[in-house]
Design a protein around this ligand. Structure first.
Ligand SMILES: *[C@@H]1O[C@H](CO)[C@@H](O)[C@H](O)[C@H]1NC(C)=O
Ligand SMILES: *[C@@H]1O[C@H](CO)[C@@H](O)[C@H](O)[C@H]1NC(C)=O
Ligand SMILES: *[C@@H]1O[C@H](CO)[C@@H](O)[C@H](O)[C@H]1NC(C)=O
Ligand SMILES: *[C@@H]1O[C@H](CO)[C@@H](O)[C@H](O)[C@H]1NC(C)=O
Length: 493
């Protein structure tokens, strides 16, 4: 490393000289005994950090979230270049350029929509502003399940009429038309930029499947290139076209949620099994050509949409095939069981083998383990888990990270198979309030500061044993994040 081309900056914000006044961000804190607090919001009040403005040259802004109760607490100071002092020293290597950021967000599941709409109109608006407006945390990605998943109140697809190969009876559900679509339109109206919408299907209609059911072990009948596989590709196109009628256009679709789940005996909720070979051939023969010939040919195709422990194996099978590979843009990963496989072996290896395909996080949530189930209001451990996983992903070429349900109720549902989990926003419809959890702020430290198009650059820190990240905005602004500490540095490069 040529030190002369690096920029050494010392920041005072981690030292005792900078005192932050707790509570000034206006969080109405409530403690439920899980390590930290939630911020309560209602129809007329919600704490907000406001829009972020870049500091003048030579200065930095910092934002701190702490277990003790700070929530995006703003601080500022002067950058000391080439300092040898005791403060945090960052060595920035601007010529070491890595991936460009795509964005951060969450999923508009049926459950999320039901919970948001269970609030009064004023509280709904506060909640959507928190996620999507520039005064909120500037989410730019929304994953939209195609038809039902476990976070629905019933099992359905858009084409449940047996033998409907032409999809003559394809219809969006009331869940789309009455709930998800109006909410997505409101979210889009609050966002200064077009949202990056991402579609994933959980199961094909039962009549298309080997097991004649939405749940359990089953895959598409026949073979890639055959009648059912063509109909299933067409189903995706119909979905994109129907949403486009509501002015909702999709940035990307995945080849299907967790294809490994549909290969497990008695899997308890909607799933569609694919081996990597079947996925490769379905993309090459059916989905790729159908999308290319459709009215939405620029929609990206992301493969896998499953846990990273399947990498790099899955990517090798699918992306080594030039017929499939030419239709594909990226590899989508879920965070479950991330501790089993090191990021470098799964994400790093995949990136180095196939650098022209981006890696993107499409699902994560807390409270999914049998030993640590459901909602834990105010959990600080879960906030650290989120931040740590996002940092690890960003340090291994991932371009964005998508949380699971945007909002859940206090039991962690609704979920028709009782697969209850946690969410950064938990709604109490009875009191017409919602709670912003510590994980909401973990998301904020990335979504609010690492804008689309900013680029990760090399950085090392003098005293930080956890991974950090710095991204370059335009030509000279850096926005970085350590676990729950944000720093925006303004310095010449
Ligand atoms: C910082 O130190 C490097 C290496 O010694 C030097 O090249 C650079 O000019 C210094 N920068 C400033 C602003 O003093
Ligand atoms: C909303 O919360 C604020 C702050 O706690 C409170 O002053 C206000 O009365 C609440 N509004 C309603 C409608 O409950
Ligand atoms: C459609 O959405 C775009 C933003 O994505 C907006 O600029 C445009 O005005 C919308 N058109 C209609 C007819 O709502
Ligand atoms: C799957 O479910 C069937 C019917 O309930 C049951 O007989 C069978 O033992 C289950 N198999 C496994 C592996 O759990």
């Amino acid at each position: 490393m040529a030190l002369s081309s690096c920029l050494l900056v010392a920041l005072g914000f981690l030292t005792a000289e900078v005192t932050l006044s707790a509570g000034s961000t206006g969080c109405v804190a409530r403690n439920f005994g899980h390590g930290s607090v939630v911020c309560e919001c209602n129809s007329t009040y919600c704490d907000s950090v406001g829009s972020v403005t870049l500091p003048p040259l030579g200065q930095y802004s910092s934002y701190l979230t702490s277990m003790a109760g700070s929530r995006l607490e703003a601080g500022q100071g002067r950058v000391q270049v080439n300092s040898t002092g005791a403060a945090l020293r960052l060595t920035i290597v601007p010529y070491q350029k890595y991936q460009k950021i795509r964005g951060f967000g969450g999923a508009m599941t049926d459950a999320a929509a039901i919970n948001i709409l269970s609030l009064s109109a004023g509280a709904q608006d506060q909640l959507l502003r928190q996620y999507f407006s520039p005064e909120g945390i500037s989410y730019s990605v929304v994953r939209v399940p195609m038809a039902s998943c476990d976070f629905s109140t019933r099992a359905y697809t858009y084409a449940d009429t047996p033998g409907d190969y032409n999809l003559d009876h394809f219809n969006l559900a009331p869940e789309d038309i009455k709930m998800k679509i109006p909410l997505l339109q409101r979210a889009q109206a609050l966002s200064p930029r077009p949202l990056s919408l991402l579609a994933s299907a959980w199961s094909a209609p039962a009549w298309m499947k080997t097991n004649d059911a939405l749940i359990g072990k089953g895959s598409l009948k026949g073979k890639p290139g055959g009648k059912v596989h063509k109909t299933w590709a067409h189903y995706y196109i119909r979905f994109l076209e129907e949403y486009a009628k509501y002015n909702l256009t999709f940035w990307a679709l995945t080849t299907g949620n967790e294809p490994s789940a549909g290969r497990m005996t008695n899997y308890s909720f909607q799933a569609l099994g694919f081996t990597p070979e079947e996925q490769r051939d379905w993309v090459a023969l059916d989905l790729g050509p159908a999308l290319h010939a459709s009215s939405r040919p620029h929609t990206h195709i992301l493969i896998l949409d499953d846990n990273r422990l399947l990498l790099p194996y899955w990517a090798k099978v699918v992306l080594s095939d030039i017929h499939a590979g030419r239709y594909i843009h990226g590899v989508a990963v879920h965070w479950y069981f991330d501790h089993i496989v090191p990021a470098e072996i799964s994400l790093g290896t995949t990136h180095h083998l196939y650098p022209e395909y981006y890696l993107f996080g499409t699902e994560a949530c807390s409270g999914f383990l049998p030993t640590d189930r459901g909602v834990k209001l105010g959990s600080w451990d879960r906030a650290e888990h989120y931040a740590h996983d996002i940092l690890e992903d960003l340090n291994h070429y991932v371009v964005g990270w998508t949380d699971w349900n945007l909002a859940l109720d206090q039991t962690g549902g609704p979920n028709w198979v009782k697969n209850f989990v946690d969410s950064p926003v938990v709604v109490d419809a009875h009191r017409d309030v919602f709670y912003k959890q510590p994980t909401f702020y973990s998301m904020a430290h990335f979504s609010k500061f690492l804008w689309e198009g900013s680029q990760r650059v090399g950085v090392s820190a003098s005293r930080e044993n956890r991974p950090g990240i710095l991204c370059l905005h335009q030509t000279r602004w850096f926005s970085g994040s350590h676990l729950t500490q944000q720093v925006i540095i303004s310095a010449p490069v």
